[in-house]
Design a protein around this ligand. Structure first.
Ligand SMILES: Nc1ncnc2c1ncn2[C@@H]1O[C@H](COP(=O)(O)OP(=O)(O)OP(=O)(O)O)[C@@H](O)[C@H]1O
Ligand SMILES: [Mg+2]
Length: 406
């Protein structure tokens, strides 16, 4: 049967899905980047304004100490520029002695002298890191020559500092939220997929069960019929088909329930798999099974494991268009896990090796794209193992690896 979703669902679905992901990512980067650039611009404009204010303050101090300023101007400047309720913390430092001459908006009223000294020192350090100070030349009253230079250090307002950090905080909060939402979403999607897989499998096993037991009873009856005596060939063929149906039912009923895992000899199981598969594929496919270490035991559910091997081998046979070899190599790794490598000498996987496990991914006219999705499910969810494409090269072949906990 031809896959009715072909074109509309399988390949197009994956390329569309990844385009959507890219569009979302690009839009998110534009929004995030835009909000950072915009706030940075606001911050630098506000910073400029605050710097101008401090510059004015420094100029006012310089002006007020000049000898030829008159009394009324001094009062005005002192009341309106030097001592108004400015919120910016400023410190005036004598350049020669490094003594703090004046500070505003830095100290709390209830601080002890020691606390004040400590606070002044630490804030001055921050100010030196944050902004260039304004120099104020102090002139001699007699000849107007510069006798010393004082420096005005300042910090930007609390509001401005908060505004600079705001987009980063906001973006991290949104990022964390999006991540949690993504986890919750994919968890619920997985749970939903699980229910569909298990439900479909259970139902299939259930539906197959009734006609199958009836067929078995009929087979026993036919065997005893006088007309069938001497026609063992027919009953043998019928028996094979019934056994095949039984195996299919066993697969579906195992995947629809918590499957029982039993310690099995993997080499023996693979030989059984090959014996089962050989007559079902082209006679021009040569099989070999080789074990690199002895006593390869793993906990398996045989009907499900054979299903996995069947799916991988059939894909390999499809990839070599009927002529070639399937080499199965068994070994153990340092963690005592059993490794099953299934190699074909077919045309190799086109595109990304990870995609082949996605349900619905197929490059075949008559494929459903379910074989490897099912294999992955059986190995990872039911056997707590791993399955992946170990290597694949165009026109050389592909190796699938199954790792089973021992
Ligand atoms: N051994 C292999 N060599 C080359 N390509 C492979 C091999 N195994 C899988 N693929 C690629 O991965 C795709 C998905 O394989 P999968 O078994 O999941 O689905 P399918 O074989 O297309 O359909 P079906 O549901 O009938 O198995 C295949 O269509 C094929 O393109
Ligand atoms: Mg397949």
């Amino acid at each position: 049967m031809q896959n009715p979703f072909k074109g509309s669902l399988s390949i197009d679905f994956y390329s569309n899905q990844s385009t959507i992901k890219w569009v979302i990512l690009v839009v998110a980067v534009i929004i995030g980047g835009g909000s950072i650039v915009y706030t940075n611009r606001l911050v630098s404009e506000l910073k400029e304004g605050e710097r101008n204010n401090i510059n004015l303050w420094a100029k006012a101090i310089e002006f007020s100490s000049s000898p030829d300023v008159d009394e009324s101007a001094l009062t005005f400047i002192s009341a309106n520029i030097i001592t108004p309720d400015n919120t910016l913390p400023v410190i005036l430092v004598d350049s020669a002695s490094q003594q703090v001459l004046l500070s505003m908006n830095v100290l709390e009223d209830d601080m002890t002298i020691a606390e004040r000294e400590q606070e002044l020192e630490s804030i001055l350090e921050k100010m030196q890191r944050e902004n260039e100070p304004f120099p104020i030349p102090v002139r001699n009253t007699e000849d107007g020559s510069i006798s010393e230079i004082q420096y005005v250090y300042y910090r930007n307002s609390y509001l401005l500092r908060q505004l600079g950090a705001y987009p980063y905080i906001q973006l991290s909060v949104i990022g964390i939220f999006a991540f949690i939402a993504y986890l919750a979403f994919s968890y619920s999607r997985n749970a939903e997929q699980n229910r569909v897989w298990v439900g479909m499998a259970k139902e299939t096993a259930h539906q197959l069960g009734t006609p199958l037991s009836s067929l078995m009873a009929w087979l026993e009856y036919i065997k005893t019929m006088p007309e069938m005596q001497g026609r063992g060939d027919i009953t043998a063929e019928l028996e094979k088909d019934v056994q095949r149906l039984e195996m299919i039912t066993a697969r579906f009923s195992n995947i629809g329930s918590l499957p029982v895992l039993k310690p099995e000899n993997v080499l023996q199981t693979m030989n059984e798999c090959v014996d089962y598969l050989k007559p079902r594929v082209s006679s021009k496919v040569v099989f070999s099974v080789e074990a690199k270490s002895g006593n390869l035991m793993a906990k398996l559910n045989k009907p499900l494991f054979i299903w996995v091997v069947e799916n991988i081998v059939k894909n390999g046979v499809d990839a070599m268009s009927g002529i070639g070899k399937i080499d199965i190599r068994l070994s153990k790794n340092a963690n005592n896990e059993v490794l099953v490598d299934i190699a074909d000498n077919g045309k190799g996987i086109k595109g990304k090796a990870k995609d082949v496990f996605k349900p619905g991914f197929t490059t075949k006219k008559r494929g459903w794209g379910l074989g490897l999705a099912l294999a992955q499910r059986i190995i990872e969810n039911y056997h707590q193992g791993r399955i992946f494409v170990k290597s694949s090269q165009a026109d050389v072949g592909t190796v699938f690896r199954i790792v089973l906990p021992s």
